[in-house]
Design a protein around this ligand. Structure first.
Ligand SMILES: *[C@@H]1O[C@H](CO)[C@@H](O)[C@H](O)[C@H]1NC(C)=O
Ligand SMILES: *[C@@H]1O[C@H](CO)[C@@H](O)[C@H](O)[C@H]1NC(C)=O
Ligand SMILES: *[C@@H]1O[C@H](CO)[C@@H](O)[C@H](O)[C@H]1NC(C)=O
Ligand SMILES: *[C@@H]1O[C@H](CO)[C@@H](O)[C@H](O)[C@H]1NC(C)=O
Ligand SMILES: *[C@@H]1O[C@H](CO)[C@@H](O)[C@H](O)[C@H]1NC(C)=O
Ligand SMILES: *[C@@H]1O[C@H](CO)[C@@H](O)[C@H](O)[C@H]1NC(C)=O
Ligand SMILES: *[C@@H]1O[C@H](CO)[C@@H](O)[C@H](O)[C@H]1NC(C)=O
Ligand SMILES: *[C@@H]1O[C@H](CO)[C@@H](O)[C@H](O)[C@H]1NC(C)=O
Ligand SMILES: *[C@@H]1O[C@H](CO)[C@@H](O)[C@H](O)[C@H]1NC(C)=O
Ligand SMILES: *[C@@H]1O[C@H](CO)[C@@H](O)[C@H](O)[C@H]1NC(C)=O
Ligand SMILES: *[C@@H]1O[C@H](CO)[C@@H](O)[C@H](O)[C@H]1NC(C)=O
Ligand SMILES: *[C@@H]1O[C@H](CO)[C@@H](O)[C@H](O)[C@H]1NC(C)=O
Length: 714
């Protein structure tokens, strides 16, 4: 990483020597929680993420900070850019480059980023403030054609549908998240932090009549160390060779991976495989989202609304009196990593083909997927189907059946009108596409949009609760909010009812269709937990005790990580267990090992010892054993299983490792700065020569230290 300059921070009461050099005054301690991402998409399959922690400057000593600054810090004079004109100073006029640009969120768009990219020598880094562009403009750092090339359409199969030729699904996408920037970009989520930085800038910019400001200037330094790797193939190959031949391998990147969550309406033997004539209806949706910034992925419309709806449908269906005697079984599946070229669904298809999953593709009769469903205009819910597989008449007639069943199911539900699309329209980006690559399954994707997405903040930091109108009256306690039924929850519950009834009929049920009814209260609690406050009484009561800490006080971030299962995966699994499972009277020991209990079987069920609700005193919890079919199954791209690191068939996203990321602000003096940079340059040269010499001399001793534990997320 290029050294942008030198700077230092020292304690106000530090020794005379420092004062003599008149270098720096510690200005402010900025509290933590910044994040930046660093993407190197020179091959599209690369993703690297980061998170910044701002440190207390007081404890820094001079040598340490200069070294840090020169080795892996990016330092620049802060310049606040709130209007496009302010950029002129950064790009051309300002006499003290490099600058650390504090960019207003509204200006974080392609045009401006192109300009900054053209002048990288003048830019040390970019801090973006959280400020939502209005919805007529929208903001999506994703591609206009998400996951292009990894779906079912290609130049050789349905070329007229490939590359979103007829519909740009995410028409607002600017692709920034897939762009390579040579300077760090991070997010200032916290308004107080932003204020402190702006204050520092205002106190010290002092450019009367537009001339150069006087020293000292306010500067910001970002410490980061990221293993720079060119591409997934390079880095995996390097890691592979290292781990084969080295006792102490240095791993520089990890494949993105997590777990899919799945459950069956009727329990199946997970140690065996279904018989070929066991028929299954699959209900699928996705769990994850992303944004430009690492681990900031609220995904309200792009993921949460859909999986919440599916959870509610699963609950409603399970309550049907004849649920366990239906001719067909129903599988609920929540795919992880779909954002990154369909990691979860491609893995499940792969496992099904290889017989590594209790079910096979041949068992699937129907496939119903929920796309984005929360932003319906005028009650319409669109049924998207695949034109290619319907060229086969038997598939087409099955799809017709499927659509007719869905339409029938919606007849009794207010406020949901199912609409057919022109049969020659391609499927939107969806997990179903991965299944269709392997087999012509009759499937449908339900979505709130007929053509391009209604979501104007697709896969961005602004796809929050507010984006789908989940808001609460003021002056409510968290407990009241948890149970407050929002309009969005009512609307989604209706969608869940339609889905539940359709699945019931597709599974061959006839008698109780009209009694299936999703509970708006379930939907609203789930929305609250995933989008507003995960640490609520309900989520606490349904989780295992050791997972307590997975519930933060804010919304959950639905980002597939390298350390897994992630918060979302666990919470969805346990919510599914709560909604579809049963409380048993097993003791704690029996719950952990039910093999000795008659009528209990680990092949069929998953048992978990959950915290349970508080007692009437609110002093203790009443733990219990919940039996369900909600399980996890690995979602790691088959490319890594097969060591095909430059695969074009499977997702090959990796995340590079990093260490210790933080930032701080301080004042710098000018001429000294250059002088010191030079001095430090020499110093480091000499120092590194000595160090290299020492390391060489002592290599055997030094390199047996265990490798840095999970320089990975959290
Ligand atoms: C910002 O600071 C104010 C006053 O110090 C405090 O009340 C508020 O909670 C802080 N906001 C955040 C997001 O930390
Ligand atoms: C410096 O800060 C002052 C006070 O906020 C502001 O009015 C002025 O425009 C700033 N100067 C520059 C060059 O940004
Ligand atoms: C700023 O302008 C004032 C009058 O307009 C002038 O007296 C002063 O010298 C200028 N300052 C600088 C730094 O150019
Ligand atoms: C599940 O399948 C395995 C392997 O076929 C078998 O050993 C086991 O008894 C089965 N369990 C049940 C409950 O049927
Ligand atoms: C969200 O709320 C706004 C204002 O209350 C309303 O205009 C809009 O139609 C709502 N959107 C949805 C999808 O309900
Ligand atoms: C149509 O699909 C069915 C199975 O779905 C298959 O048996 C049949 O051979 C296909 N027909 C053609 C013409 O490809
Ligand atoms: C469907 O779309 C095709 C091509 O876009 C068009 O020719 C056809 O008329 C449309 N059919 C209907 C029923 O709208
Ligand atoms: C699906 O059907 C189409 C058209 O009938 C055929 O070209 C394609 O090969 C089939 N796909 C699979 C995976 O069997
Ligand atoms: C996710 O879980 C980790 C590990 O327990 C926790 O530290 C973190 O705060 C959680 N994240 C959120 C967004 O709740
Ligand atoms: C689900 O959670 C609710 C509320 O905590 C509780 O009353 C119910 O018993 C739970 N059900 C299961 C099966 O765990
Ligand atoms: C649980 O309940 C069943 C009957 O519902 C009973 O046979 C069994 O003994 C109970 N087990 C325990 C541990 O209480
Ligand atoms: C309520 O708390 C008291 C003491 O704090 C305890 O004696 C009593 O058993 C508790 N009641 C319940 C229902 O747990």
């Amino acid at each position: 990483m290029a050294t942008a300059g030198g700077g230092s921070g020292a304690h106000p009461g530090s020794r005379g020597l420092l004062r003599l050099l008149s270098f720096s005054v510690v200005l402010a301690e900025v509290p933590p929680l910044l994040a930046w991402t660093f993407f190197v998409p020179s091959t599209r399959q690369q993703k690297q993420g980061d998170k910044v922690r701002i440190v207390t400057c007081g404890s820094f000593n001079l040598i340490h900070s200069i070294l840090a600054a020169s080795i892996n810090g990016d330092t620049g004079v802060i310049h606040v850019v709130e209007k496009e004109e302010d950029l002129q100073w950064v790009l051309a006029d300002g006499p003290n480059p490099p600058y650390m640009v504090l960019l207003d969120g509204k200006l974080f768009n392609r045009d401006i980023m192109e300009k900054l990219k053209g002048r990288t020598s003048r830019i040390a880094g970019l801090a973006v403030t959280f400020s939502k562009p209005n919805s007529t403009i929208g903001f999506s750092p994703s591609m206009q054609c998400p996951n292009d090339g990894f779906g079912v359409y290609s130049n050789s199969y349905g070329p007229e549908f490939a590359h979103c030729k007829e519909t740009l699904w995410n028409s607002l996408g600017n692709g920034l998240a897939y762009e390579d920037f040579s300077f760090p970009i991070f997010l200032l989520e916290d308004e107080n932090e932003t204020k402190i930085i702006k204050q520092c800038y205002q106190d010290h910019n002092l450019s009367e009549n537009g001339s150069a400001p006087n020293f000292p200037l306010c500067a910001m330094q970002l410490f980061s160390h990221m293993h720079a790797v060119i591409s997934t193939a390079t880095c995996m190959r390097r890691s592979f060779i290292q781990s084969t031949f080295s006792i102490n391998p240095e791993i520089v990147c990890d494949p993105l991976s997590d777990y899919n969550v799945w459950s069956m309406l009727k329990p199946i033997n997970t140690s065996g495989t279904l018989e070929p004539d066991d028929r299954v209806v699959v209900a699928a949706t996705r769990l994850d989202s992303r944004s430009f910034f690492w681990n900031v992925a609220p995904g309200a419309e792009s993921a949460v609304a859909s999986f919440v709806t599916q959870l509610a449908a699963a609950e409603a269906l399970q309550k049907a009196p004849d649920a366990t005697t239906l001719p067909r079984n129903v599988m609920f599946v929540f795919f992880q990593g779909e954002t990154f070229d369909y990691i979860g669904s491609s893995r499940m298809v792969y496992d099904m083909e290889k017989g590594k999953f209790p079910m096979r593709l041949e068992n699937i009769d129907y496939f119903v997927e929920l796309g984005q469903v929360a932003l319906r205009s005028s009650l319409d819910l669109w049924m998207h189907t695949d034109p290619m597989s319907q060229k086969n008449e038997s598939v087409q007639s099955q799809v017709e059946d499927l659509l007719a069943t869905l339409e029938r199911s919606s007849a009794g539900v207010p406020d949901v009108i199912l609409r057919k699309l022109n049969q020659s329209q391609a499927l939107p980006p969806s997990s179903l596409q991965r299944f269709l690559r392997a087999r012509n399954i009759s499937g449908v994707v339900l979505a709130d949009h007929a053509r391009s997405f209604h979501n104007r903040y697709y896969e961005s930091i602004y796809d929050t609760a507010e984006n789908i109108n989940v808001t609460y009256p003021e002056m409510h306690s968290p407990e009241e909010d948890l149970n407050f039924v929002t309009d969005t929850a009512k609307a989604l519950a209706n969608v869940a009812t339609v889905l539940g009834r359709a699945l019931y009929e597709l599974a061959g049920g006839t008698n109780y269709s009209h009694t299936i009814q999703a509970d708006p209260k379930t939907v609203t609690r789930l929305l609250y937990g995933f989008l507003v406050k995960a640490n609520n009484s309900w989520f606490q009561s349904i989780l295992r005790q050791d997972l307590r800490s997975y519930l933060g006080d804010g919304p959950l971030q639905h980002y597939i990580a390298v350390s897994s299962p992630t918060n979302t995966t666990y919470v969805v699994q346990y919510a599914l267990a709560n909604l579809t499972g049963k409380v048993t009277n097993l003791t704690r020991e029996q719950c952990q090992d039910p093999s000795k209990v008659p009528n209990e079987n680990k092949d069929l069920y998953e048992y978990s010892w959950v915290q349970g609700p508080l007692n009437s005193n609110e002093t203790e919890r009443l733990p219990r054993c919940v039996r369900s079919t909600a399980r996890l199954v690995r979602a790691l791209s088959p490319a890594f299983e097969l060591s095909q690191w430059s695969s074009t068939e499977y997702s090959t996203w990796t995340e590079s490792r990093w260490k210790d990321i933080r930032a701080r602000i301080f004042l710098i003096a000018s001429k000294e700065l250059e002088f010191i940079t030079l001095m430090v340059g020499f110093g480091i040269l000499i120092f590194s020569l000595i160090v290299t010499y020492c390391i060489n001399a002592k290599a055997e001793v030094l390199f047996i230290v265990p490798r840095e534990p999970g320089a990975v997320s959290y």
